[in-house]
Design a binder for this molecule. Structure first.
Ligand code: ADP
Length: 300
């Protein structure tokens, strides 16, 4: 657990809270009392968390969950109290990446209790899906309702950080997540060097801007391959595109993570690489990408 003195959370008790800037204080134009009540319930949970960081990607398979899981593990190794929330409704990979299979979610009077992985409080929509096909057959409104309920019902308690693995793309699902976590401190956008992914990441940055969500930075994943036998680095895909794109779009570039079979293995084995192979070059690349997040200022 992190040092409690570092947790700049509020109490979660709206009746005694003196934060006059809280957007949940008053109902919004056109908002029904029921909708307002739901928004207050969500705010009450999330305001006890110091920093909320959303991990986004323009498309699936670029390493978003890998970044989210390793970021949560590294922050926890740094003594922070961390929650990890996986709302990727079509590909919830956090349970596999943390070796949390056949987990039963326990409830309490206040909601659903997160599952513990080491000191990290973890909740994944994957824990609730009976099988992989569940979410695929849900229609849009059902998915949105599940995402909303899921976000509002997890009992996080007081945390320094909440890392959120958001569904890929810029459609309704990531939009709902970003709108519901309305005081998120920023987004980390994960991409790969290929042009197609870069087109998608450009849309992700525009998406953040439209939602007034600060972009913490772009991460270029699978950037070069270092042969585990001879150590030679090969540019499988043209690397450096993520950095160019970050410059072009005036957002920070957080760094490159190489394509490393050890990272795939760590994901399949259920232990984050930053934890298991903390001294490896790839773990160091991840740590350097994560450093600015450890020092992330609170959103004004
Ligand atoms: P996303 O969340 O964007 O769909 P994942 O994080 O689930 O992507 O990654 C997809 C697959 O690629 C996983 O099997 C993961 O272990 C692997 N992977 C991600 N990044 C790397 C990397 N840099 N080197 C090797 N394998 C990686």
């Amino acid at each position: 657990m992190g040092d409690a003195s570092e947790v700049e959370h509020r109490t979660g008790n709206c009746e005694t809270c003196g934060d006059g800037t809280c957007s949940a204080k008053a109902a919004r134009d056109g908002e029904s009392p029921e909708e307002h009540e739901k928004r207050i319930a969500l705010r009450r949970r999330l305001c006890r968390i110091g920093r909320k960081v959303l991990v986004l990607s323009g498309k699936g398979g670029v390493g978003k969950s890998t970044v989210a899981v390793n970021l949560a593990a590294w922050l926890s190794m740094k003594g922070k109290s961390v929650g990890l929330l996986d709302v990727d409704i079509h590909g919830p990979s956090v349970p596999r990446m943390l070796g949390l299979r056949d987990v039963e979610i326990l409830g309490c009077a206040d909601g659903m209790l997160p599952v513990e992985y080491e000191d990290i409080a973890v909740m994944s929509i994957g824990f609730l899906l009976q099988n992989d096909k569940d979410a695929v057959i849900w229609r849009g409104p059902r998915k949105m309702a599940v995402i909303r309920q899921f976000l509002a019902e997890v009992v996080w308690g007081d945390r320094d950080f909440l890392i959120v693995d958001v569904p890929p793309g810029t459609g309704d699902e990531p939009l709902s997540v970003c709108q519901l976590i309305e005081d998120a401190d920023g987004a980390v956008v994960v991409t790969t060097p290929q042009e197609v992914a870069l087109g998608a990441v450009r849309r992700s940055i525009t998406f953040c801007r439209e939602l007034a969500l600060p972009v913490i930075g772009v991460v270029e994943n699978m950037s070069g391959f270092v042969c585990p036998k001879c150590g030679e680095r090969t540019e499988l895909f043209k690397s450096g595109g993520g950095e160019r794109l970050a410059r072009e779009m005036h957002v920070p570039f957080l760094g490159r993570i190489p394509l490393d079979p050890a990272l795939t293995l760590a994901g399949d084995d259920g232990h984050p690489l930053v934890e298991r192979l903390a001294e490896s070059a790839t773990a160091r690349a991840l740590q350097s990408v994560f450093k600015p997040i450890l020092d992330l200022p609170r959103r004004p």
